[in-house]
Design a protein around this ligand. Structure first.
Ligand SMILES: Nc1nc2c(c(=O)[nH]1)N[C@H]1C(S)=C(S)[C@@H](COP(=O)(O)OP(=O)(O)OC[C@H]3O[C@@H](n4cnc5c(N)ncnc54)[C@H](O)[C@@H]3O)O[C@H]1N2
Ligand code: MOO
Length: 425
């Protein structure tokens, strides 16, 4: 029986991925910018705000005219005008004067603070009483207080969040340069695989799970699932499908056929593809040992184990970081995100010499996050659906005891309870 050819540790695989270059850049409109990764530094081309701006409804004043003001001894000021929203101030403020300004309105020349309307009283005659003093600068934003012109807003490699897109809008950017996102083909192999809507599923056949799980994970990783296809266990057909997928996808995921069984073809397919370089054949983890990583020119091919739990775990641990890397996010950052600390509820046994990725379900009790292992074969999709993530027991550690605080690597971002029903034992 053939052996795994290039068994690597999980860290070695992540190091290989870190060396992948991001895809080329493109320009996207702000509407499509959240989640994308900047390909260049972005600097502010202007001050925000670009004029002195009130942040409360009230009266623009000279602070010194309100010093010592109180309920019993209010300061009397003459109202000499009003600033209208969206318009520059029409008047300059002189000593002993006040000008009404709405929240967000332009402060008039001569004013250095704003008294909130609650601390004033209109006594008629165009006069107000101010019952609380303000200090210079109170309730006013100076130009550049929010964002200073020429300041570095975000470095290249920054993944834009909703609020970051707001910053770009505030400095007048309508579009932004980002790294392109990879298009990912998902091919599932196996004579036994049939579509979920097959009218009958004879004994020996199985409904396709991985295509749907992997395509959803591709989307969760910010990439674009492209062609999905089920290929029989036939070398010619598999090679043809890979060739086709590689023409217009940067990444091809192949699930099944990565192991060392007589009918497992991924390595043989790679031998037929011009310029294919096998980087990984076997990872020292469980589940997920029969994982393959290859480069074909600038394209990447992942061979994932066919077992649904193995495929999903390998995706989370390695494929996802690789898709993020192509979008310009470093592996370090991508593996740091989406983890939770939790206290183990049971012993986690593990074998020395290989890293175990053990599915766990999270719950909360008295403000503490608890992790309950979900045991079961990697052939069982239900074990994944019950799990929120996995705990890694590294190759040099022989298990963890109940009560240990561990890091849980979380699946997906949406956490839902498993189908109502009884827990499997
Ligand atoms: N004698 C040995 N047998 C196996 C070993 C081993 O070391 N020695 N490794 C086991 C492990 S671990 C895994 S994982 C699997 C990996 O197998 P392959 O990656 O070659 O995948 P297949 O044999 O094609 O499929 C495995 C299993 O998964 C089912 N499958 C495949 N694709 C799908 C899909 N799209 N949807 C749902 N289920 C799928 C397939 O029917 C098989 O049952 O090998 C073990 N064997
Ligand atoms: O290593 Mo396999 O991927 O256990 O199921």
């Amino acid at each position: 029986m053939p052996e795994f050819l290039k068994v690597k540790t999980a860290d070695e695989v992540l190091n290989l991925i870190e060396d992948f270059a991001p895809l080329e850049e493109e320009t996207v409109l702000l509407e499509a910018a959240a989640g994308r990764v900047l390909s260049r530094n972005v600097e502010a081309s202007c001050h925000v705000p670009h004029f002195r701006r009130a942040v409360m409804d009230g009266y623009a004043v000279r602070a010194r005219d309100t010093f010592g003001a109180s309920e019993s001894l209010p300061a009397l000021l003459t109202v000499v005008g009003e600033v209208f929203m969206g318009q520059p101030a029409q008047h300059t403020l002189g000593p002993g004067q006040a000008i009404a300004v709405p929240t967000g309105g332009a402060m008039p020349e001569g004013a250095d603070a704003l008294v909130m309307v609650e601390y004033t009283q209109d006594v008629g005659d165009g006069t107000i009483e101010v019952t609380r003093p303000v200090a210079p600068g109170d309730n006013v934003l100076e130009p550049g207080d929010d964002i200073a012109e020429a300041s570095l807003l975000f470095p290249a490699g920054w993944q834009l969040r909703a609020q970051d897109v707001g910053v770009l809008a505030a400095v007048g950017m309508r579009s932004v340069s980002v790294f392109r996102v990879p298009r990912v083909a998902v091919l599932s192999t196996g004579d036994e695989i049939v579509s979920p809507d097959a009218p009958e599923v004879p004994v020996g056949k199985i409904r396709d799970i991985n295509t749907f799980v992997l395509a959803a994970q591709v989307r969760e990783a910010g990439a674009v699932p492209g062609w999905t296809h089920v290929v029989p266990d036939d070398l010619d057909q598999l090679a043809a499908a890979c060739r086709q997928a590689l023409t217009d996808h940067e990444v091809v995921l192949l699930s099944g056929g990565s192991s060392v069984g007589a009918r497992d073809y991924t390595v043989q397919v790679l031998e037929r593809l011009n310029g294919a370089e096998l980087l990984v054949h076997g990872v020292a983890i469980r589940p997920g040992k029969p994982t393959i990583l290859a480069r074909i020119g600038s394209r990447i091919l992942w061979g994932l184990p066919g077992q649904p739990a193995s495929a999903m775990i390998v995706f989370t641990a390695f494929v996802r970081p690789s898709l993020l890397r192509l979008q310009g996010i470093s592996v370090d950052r991508s593996s740091r995100t989406r983890t939770s600390r939790a206290v183990l509820q049971r012993n986690l046994p593990s074998v020395h010499g290989r890293a175990d990725y053990i599915r766990v379900k999270l719950s909360e009790e008295d403000g503490q996050v608890l992790a309950e292992p979900v045991f079961g074969s990697s052939a069982m999709i239900s074990t994944l659906a019950r799990a929120d993530g996995y705990v890694i027991v590294p190759e040099h550690v022989e298990g963890y005891e109940a009560g240990t605080e561990v890091t849980v690597h979380l699946f997906g971002s949406i956490s839902r309870p498993f189908l109502a029903g009884k827990e499997e034992t």
